[in-house]
Structure formats: structure tokens, C-alpha cells
Write a protein of this length. Sequence first.
Length: 129
Amino acid sequence: MANARARSLRKNMSDAERKLWHRLRGKQIDGARFRRQHPIGPYIVDFVCLKRQVIVEVDGGQHTDGAHMARDARRDQWLHAEGYRVVRVATTEVYDNIAAVLDALWASVRELASVRVPPDHPHQDRHRT
């Protein structure tokens, strides 16, 4: 079920997600391989580098209301407990200042470059990078 939903999300990415994906794909950020709309546990994340355990979420305006922010916080907490770092990027930043977004992502990926996921990590067994 999650894989079908992820496939659907990949086909229907927002313009901001599409713009960022063109900069993330092909190991353009410090050689990190990102996947898009990837299921992790009960969630589907916008972009993830499994090897470096970095998740990138592109947040539109709806992410600024209280209920949505609370859901995002619970989600981030769960993902953090699984060993991931979540980097949230506003849609407006992707459109207005993609260079700063890429610089921030590069810094996050570089900071975690030495971190290795144990071979028995449940989210990487099926997807070796």
C-alpha cells in the first residue's frame, strides 16, 4: 500500500519538489544518493539519502498552521528516533533561493558523511545505496 502511494506521489510531485529533485538526483550533493517519495515506517518522505540518513521535506504554506505543525513535529520525532535527520525547506525558499537551500543540504550531508548505518538497519535492508 505504501509503495503504491509513494509511486503516485512521485508521479504528482509539486513544482517545488520537482525543482529540488533536479538538483538532488544523480548524486549532485557530495555524492549522496537521494530517493524521492520514499516510504519509511508509517511515513512517506519527500527525499531521503538512506546512507547518510538525511531526509528533506519541502513544506508548503499548509505546514504553518498549528495542527499541521504538531503532526510534523510528531513525524520528525519518530524519524529522529529511527536515526534520521530531517531538514525542512519552505517551498518559497526553493523558488526564491535554491542556492541557499542546496548549501544547507550540502552542509547537512557533509556533517553526516562519516555516519554509517548498521547493515541490519530495517529501512536499508531492501534498498542498498
